[in-house]
Design a protein around this ligand. Structure first.
Ligand SMILES: *[C@@H]1O[C@H](CO)[C@@H](O)[C@H](O)[C@H]1NC(C)=O
Ligand SMILES: *[C@@H]1O[C@H](CO)[C@@H](O)[C@H](O)[C@H]1NC(C)=O
Ligand SMILES: *[C@@H]1O[C@H](CO)[C@@H](O)[C@H](O)[C@H]1NC(C)=O
Ligand SMILES: *[C@@H]1O[C@H](CO)[C@@H](O)[C@H](O)[C@H]1NC(C)=O
Ligand SMILES: *[C@@H]1O[C@H](CO)[C@@H](O)[C@H](O)[C@H]1NC(C)=O
Ligand SMILES: *[C@@H]1O[C@H](CO)[C@@H](O)[C@H](O)[C@H]1NC(C)=O
Ligand SMILES: *[C@@H]1O[C@H](CO)[C@@H](O)[C@H](O)[C@H]1NC(C)=O
Ligand SMILES: *[C@@H]1O[C@H](CO)[C@@H](O)[C@H](O)[C@H]1NC(C)=O
Ligand SMILES: *[C@@H]1O[C@H](CO)[C@@H](O)[C@H](O)[C@H]1NC(C)=O
Ligand SMILES: *[C@@H]1O[C@H](CO)[C@@H](O)[C@H](O)[C@H]1NC(C)=O
Length: 873
């Protein structure tokens, strides 16, 4: 059956916002994967129920036992947020006082804890990706989880693999890992395992295609209303690119997934039945719960049927006091529109995630408040009630600063070195330049949610932030090193003090110039950048700063702190620019980490998790910065398919400045002896069979009298509760459209056993996709005089006409002593050599000839061998 069909069904059930459908929607019945044919999202119902697949059996059983005890109102409570700024966390659901079960606490961010004191500020996802180190990704996840756990957080709102990074200007790319799905997939899986092993639920986000900030939500743009952008893509691109890392996160057991603000193929992210029901809970066998992004829910019943399990922060608009769920969810059950098993399933999924990570034993009461740093204040910040102790100022940092420093150094990429690095620390005269070398005059947390670019850049802006406990600046760390060795260090940190800069550069024996480029979440605009970057050049006149220094000093070292690639055309080839380092967004130990690299205390081994080009247009379609259809959803057609980042450069034969996977060391490595071994594996069998029928864990009364506000109840103003205001259902709904005779989607209430999906069968997809088909080995030799790390990369050419030249399918970071060799080892799975077949609706190994490459970057691949897949087809 063609899955991407023109269907106007969702339009009928969208209560809150009109759906628009493009005119030309020829269904791809012939297996075509042309993206523009597919700007619609077909309905898929019912929403699959949790079954305890994979290793979820025990958690499922515990969750089912818990939810079986709950009343209807209690089940509504744990699925519905209590409203914006109503409680201590960035999001909370209702509690179950009868059973002593506290509200579940959701807290930002993907790099630490937002809105709290005595927490660590870890390197950003897009920075630690450059370490290419599974162990460090796990450790960072674990340490973040430990901190959340100790503050009383149940669900950490991270990690991020959406945005994936389709275009480098995307404002939130830095929160995620890499535009390469394989690299992102491994990074997200290790991060999820780390967070959850620490006893906290990871919420992988934003599902899906949340690739830009402009128009991500419906709202005002320059004074007029514009509906949310629709990211339009085809089934093949979905599977081979954007869904890939989500599959890894699900396979790693992510307890929660956050649906996104944007529309996908013109259906709202949080009520897209195809993506939530069919793809995520069906094909990927996701056993946890889907939570809405903040205010990304736009309907009640429609989102319930489309698979949403938790609404955040719970109110229709911040502080409206009204909800699409809460009383409306109670009503939709008792008026017979939504079957109770769907609510049972949502509650069971939430509780299963809770038990899966061991929250029943790991939980401590929340000991901080997101909305105030004061020790005493209101428990209900918006309502201004519940005055008391709100911040216990618990220090949860442990000794995490050590690994933060080390991983920031491990993630630093050496892009150019004329032999000047490492510095000895005994240089007579060190000059440091740039406002990026020093501290924000307002303090490291002086701009709310890091919404400015003042001082050294160590994280982007928006909700994906944490307060710095301190921020070691590059200038401080350089001074400390050079000072100990008796040298001279001076600095000019005003980028526009041209004469002082030029004068000092002339005197210096080495000049170190710090420059940056920032971006963030769209609710804050910095220097005219509404989240997304307006361009790829350096900020704060960085190019002029480098010019002013390098024109006067033949030993100019440039350090770039940035959210992603920047254009380096104006300086990278200059002979006076003797070295260039990309240090990303390193977190609290920024200065120490870069000094470790500059002075050779740590030999750089990071490699770029994206491509440095010489023109923004090389990366493919631009972001959409202006409304394209009046007030209607801008249509963002992902015409480039799977060709983003290095795949686009390869396809268009553009030579990058620094390619994906590139990075130098203070030593050198050589590659030899590739060896490919075939591993016996069975034939791939699509999953068949049926699920069990949906269990109903309660059979609640439909008598409205039972769901009225308890007498004597002291409620918090604008808080969302599950209770009804009236025994007249229409009155209780406060909804003029209550009871309108909508035709709800066919099958939405069907609780009978459902057919399993061929490409599914277990969390992440068909388990046979992870069968190892080949092992690959190669010898890597350190030819220099220093110990160093080499990130060895394995790429595969899938060989088809529509395939990228090569795709990353393996890597390892090896530490090798001088003169020594190490063996690189990688497994190639069935999934690694498969393509998504839209007609078969499954992964297939095509008969195109396949090749494996091993080398130092996406463009330095000295070793290769044929991959004979004939036995596995
Ligand atoms: C879509 O169809 C409508 C009605 O036929 C027409 O008015 C409109 O111009 C078409 N839009 C495009 C983009 O073709
Ligand atoms: C729902 O949660 C609220 C907030 O935690 C709590 O006050 C209320 O008692 C709960 N209701 C039920 C029925 O458990
Ligand atoms: C119920 O939902 C509708 C929108 O579907 C909303 O207008 C109404 O205010 C909600 N009612 C309550 C009591 O929150
Ligand atoms: C901080 O940044 C803001 C804009 O981002 C700018 O207006 C302001 O002048 C800067 N202040 C300092 C002290 O750097
Ligand atoms: C690019 O954006 C930055 C930040 O807003 C700005 O400083 C810079 O001048 C812009 N570059 C160009 C070429 O407009
Ligand atoms: C810079 O110029 C001086 C004087 O010509 C020379 O001794 C030195 O080696 C040069 N340094 C670099 C890094 O080129
Ligand atoms: C109302 O609350 C008070 C104080 O908690 C209690 O004494 C009283 O019995 C309650 N009344 C009812 C009707 O529940
Ligand atoms: C209950 O209904 C009344 C009007 O009948 C309204 O003023 C009040 O805000 C409602 N309360 C809640 C919590 O919905
Ligand atoms: C049932 O309740 C929901 C939530 O208030 C409402 O949207 C829907 O229209 C109601 N259906 C009927 C048949 O009354
Ligand atoms: C609702 O619509 C269905 C089909 O359109 C129709 O059969 C049914 O009679 C309607 N019910 C009411 C109460 O209007």
């Amino acid at each position: 059956m063609p899955r991407w069909r023109a269907q106007a069904f969702l339009a009928a059930i969208s209560l809150a916002s009109a759906q628009t459908f493009p005119n030309s929607t020829t269904p791809p019945t012939n297996g075509s994967s042309s993206p523009l044919n597919n700007a619609d999202s077909p309905p898929f119902y019912p929403s699959p129920w949790i079954e305890g697949l994979g290793d979820w059996g025990e958690a499922y059983a515990k969750a089912q036992a818990f939810v079986s005890q709950l009343t209807l109102l209690e089940k509504v409570n744990i699925t519905t947020g209590t409203g914006w700024q109503s409680d201590h966390c960035v999001g909370n659901v209702g509690s179950v006082p009868r059973l002593g079960f506290d509200s579940i606490c959701m807290q930002d961010s993907p790099l630490g804890i937002r809105f709290a004191d005595y927490v660590s500020a870890f390197p950003a996802g897009g920075t630690i990706a450059a370490a290419w180190d599974r162990g460090e990704w796990y450790r960072r996840g674990y340490q973040m989880g430990q901190e959340h756990r100790a503050k009383g957080v149940d669900v950490q709102l991270g990690p991020v693999v959406g945005p994936l990074g389709r275009n480098p200007k995307g404002g939130r790319n830095w929160e995620g890992f890499s535009p390469d799905p394989y690299l992102s997939g491994i990074a997200v899986a290790d991060t999820v395992r780390g967070i959850q092993d620490a006893g906290v639920v990871a919420c992988t986000k934003h599902y899906i295609m949340n690739e830009q900030e402009h128009f991500r939500s419906p709202g005002n743009f320059e004074g007029s209303f514009v509906d949310a952008i629709s990211s339009n893509l085809d089934d093949k691109t979905l599977h081979e690119l954007y869904l890939w890392p989500f599959a890894d996160a699900v396979r790693a057991g992510t307890g929660a997934i956050m649906c996104s603000y944007n529309k996908i193929n013109n259906s709202q992210g949080c009520q897209n039945s195809y993506l939530q029901n069919y793809i995520l809970k069906g094909e990927l066998g996701f056993q946890g719960f889907i939570m809405s992004d903040w205010d990304a829910q736009h309907s009640g019943v429609a989102s319930t049927f489309a698979g949403l399990d938790m609404t955040m922060p719970g109110d229709t608009d911040f502080n409206s006091g009204l909800s699409f769920w809460g009383p409306n969810l109670t009503l939709s059950i008792i008026n017979g529109t939504v079957p109770e098993w769907r609510l049972d399933d949502a509650a069971t999924r939430i509780m299963a995630a809770y038990y899966y990570v061991g929250r029943d034993t790991a939980s401590v009461p929340v000991n901080f408040d997101s909305w105030s740093r004061d020790t005493y204040g209101y428990a209900n910040f918006y309502a201004k009630t519940g005055y008391g102790l709100i911040n216990q100022h618990v220090d949860v940092r442990f000794d995490h600063f050590r690994s933060i420093r080390r991983t920031a150094a491990m993630s630093t990429v050496l892009l150019k070195n004329n032999g000047v690095l490492p510095l000895k620390g005994t240089e007579k005269w060190t000059a440091v330049f740039g406002n990026d070398a020093t501290e924000n005059a307002y303090g490291p947390n002086g701009c709310p949610d890091r919404g400015c670019d003042n001082g050294t850049l160590a994280m982007g802006w928006g909700s994906g932030t944490a307060d710095f406990p301190y921020l070691v600046t590059p200038l401080e760390a350089i001074k400390s090193t050079v000072g100990q060795n008796g040298g001279v260090v001076q600095s000019v940190t005003d980028n526009w003090a041209y004469s002082q800069i030029q004068q000092m550069a002339k005197e210096a024996s080495v000049s170190i110039v710090f420059v940056n480029a920032d971006s963030g979440e769209g609710y804050i605009t910095v220097d005219g950048n509404m989240g997304d970057r307006n361009n790829l050049t350096l900020w704060q006149d960085g190019d002029a700063l480098i010019r002013n220094v390098s024109a006067n000093c033949n030993n100019t070292i440039v350090v770039i702190h940035s959210v992603g690639p920047v254009l380096v055309n104006s300086f990278y080839q200059s002979p006076n620019v003797s070295a260039i380092l990309w240090a990303g967004l390193p977190g609290q130990e920024s200065g120490n980490a870069i000094a470790d690299i500059l002075y050779g205390r740590y030999n750089p081994g990071g490699k770029l998790p994206f491509t440095f080009g010489s023109d923004a247009a090389e990366y493919g379609p631009d972001l959409i910065y202006e409304p394209t259809a009046g007030s209607e959803s801008p249509q963002d057609n992902f015409e480039e398919g799977v060709f983003i980042d290095y795949r686009a450069f390869d396809q268009k034969n553009i030579t990058p400045v620094y390619e994906f996977g590139f990075g130098l060391s203070y030593t050198t490595f050589s590659y030899s002896n590739i060896k490919v071994t075939k591993v016996p594996a069975g034939e791939y069998t699509p999953t068949t069979g049926q699920s069990k029928a949906a269990p109903t864990l309660g059979n609640s009364s439909t008598d409205p009298a039972q769901y009225q506000w308890p007498s004597n109840f002291t409620y918090v103003n604008t808080f969302i509760y599950p209770y009804l205001n009236s025994t007249d259902l229409r009155t209780a709904s406060q909804d003029p459209e209550y009871g309108l005779n909508y035709t709800w989607p066919a099958g939405a209430t069907d609780s009978t056993p459902q057919a399993r999906i061929g490409a599914g069968g277990a969390p992440g997809g068909n388990p046979q996709l992870w069968d190892v088909l080949f092992t690959v080995e190669a010898t890597i030799t350190n030819n220099g005089t220093l110990p160093g790390d080499e990130v060895v990369q394995l790429y595969v050419s899938l060989g088809g006409e529509d395939d990228p030249k090569v795709v990353l399918r393996g890597f390892d970071r090896l530490s090798i002593q001088p003169g020594q060799s190490a063996t690189f080892h990688a497994d190639i799975t069935r999934r690694d050599v498969s393509n998504w077949d839209v007609a078969a609706q499954n992964w297939v190994i095509t008969d195109a000839a396949k090749t494996v490459y091993v080398g130092a970057s996406s463009r330095k691949l000295p070793l290769s061998a044929a991959l004979d897949t004939s036995d596995y087809r």
